[in-house]
Design a protein around this ligand. Structure first.
Ligand SMILES: [Ca+2]
Ligand SMILES: [Ca+2]
Length: 376
């Protein structure tokens, strides 16, 4: 990792500031001077472009790269401990299939209306889960990361919070944490509600306070409304480009994600949440060939409703970008990530979830430098 990446992190205590200019030649410029707020860099599952996701190694590297927040997805063990995994089904992100002692745990369940076959965190105690090791989720896209397979445990949320506190001290600035509750209705149905242990963990780490650098996110609406009454940190309504929140579906409520991002829907979200975590395509829609069309009005409408907008997921590989940003034709090759970030910063987003925190931080710095140059 380049030293310039490490040197470019921004000061996050007190008021928001713009990144220091390249080579550290001038102090950080207050964002207010540039007329813009700082878009946050949220490390999506850690530095997932470089390490198996949701491992302490992935989070630590993201923090070293200057991410403002790290993002653990939270699921429950059989004994009610929150651990960081993308899904409760773990065959794609651990070596569980190689453990003959757990062969009989393989099963099929219905999660959020979908049949899923594999091994599930809620069928393992924490002690059992700790005998597994993480594996790269996208080995075909990121074959280089498979050299880390077998090296890292599944971390608990407590371990993530300890790491963030430790690395904040090392970096000399507070790094945030941005946990997501995964499948809250499903976990309620199996008697392993996620919100209570989440709030307890925040209390334990003195993070349930208004100025803590914490956001809590969910694709469902009901558990955010519930959390709005119990936590003092900001909440984020996640919104996908298709489908509907599962809690609404389960209750027979016909509202879809598309309904949530209408002007009326956004005003409703603002009654319990502070931000919208939107699929990129909601902000900058693509046509059938994958090229960008006109920006939607969602960022402006959200801002009018008093909501910030954070978009997901920024990734350096062509396959995850609009065709406008591809370099060459190999979907797994790196595309013009700087141009993609600039397009979203131009669209006015307040934060980006990224698998590549280093690219996100560098792209933000480049974008701010351009804004300052334009402002003369
Ligand atoms: Ca997530
Ligand atoms: Ca619950």
């Amino acid at each position: 990792m380049a030293a310039s990446v490490l040197a470019s992190s921004v000061t996050l205590t007190g008021s928001l500031t713009a990144p220091a200019s390249a080579a550290g030649t001038s102090p950080a410029v207050p964002a207010a001077d540039a007329g813009v707020d700082e878009p946050l860099v949220i490390a999506h599952r850690g530095a997932s472009g470089y390490r198996p996701e949701h491992t302490l190694a992935a989070y630590k590297l993201a923090i070293q790269m200057g991410a403002d927040y790290v993002e653990p997805d939270l699921v429950s063990t059989k004994d009610g401990v929150l651990v960081a995994r993308h899904e409760n089904e773990i065959s794609g992100t651990t070596d569980v299939a190689d453990h003959p002692e757990f062969a009989d745990r393989r099963t099929t369940k219905v999660v959020d209306g979908h049949e899923v076959t594999g091994w599930f965190t809620e069928d393992f105690t924490l002690a059992e889960l700790k005998t597994l090791r993480a594996e790269e989720r996208l080995p075909d896209v990121r074959p280089g990361n498979t050299r880390y397979d077998g090296r890292y445990q599944v971390p608990t949320f407590d371990e993530v919070l300890d790491l963030v506190a430790r690395e904040s001290r090392r970096r000399g600035e507070v790094v945030g944490v941005y946990p997501e509750t995964k499948h809250p209705t499903y976990f309620d149905s199996v008697g392993l509600s996620l919100e209570e242990p989440l709030v307890e963990a925040l209390q334990r780490h003195h993070l349930n306070r208004p100025n803590a650098r914490v956001y809590i996110q969910s694709f469902e609406t009901g558990n955010l409304r519930e959390l709005a009454d119990t936590v003092r940190v900001p909440l984020v309504q996640l919104v996908d480009a298709a489908g509907a929140p599962y809690d609404l579906q389960a209750a027979g409520d016909p509202r879809t994600y598309a309904d949530l991002v209408t002007r009326e829907g956004l005003r409703e979200i603002a009654t319990y949440a502070d931000s919208v975590g939107a699929n990129k395509d909601i902000v900058l829609p693509r046509d059938a060939e994958g090229y960008l069309t006109r920006p939607s009005s969602v960022v402006d409408d959200a801002h009018d409703a008093g909501l910030d907008v954070h978009v997901w997921t920024m990734r350096d590989e062509n396959r995850f970008m609009a065709r406008d940003f591809w370099i060459g034709s190999d979907p797994n090759a790196k595309g013009d990530a700087f141009a993609e970030y600039a397009a979203f910063f131009d669209a006015g987003v307040d934060g980006v979830f990224s698998d590549y925190s280093d690219t996100a931080v560098a792209a933000r710095e480049a974008w701010f430098a351009e804004q300052r140059a334009l402002a003369g």
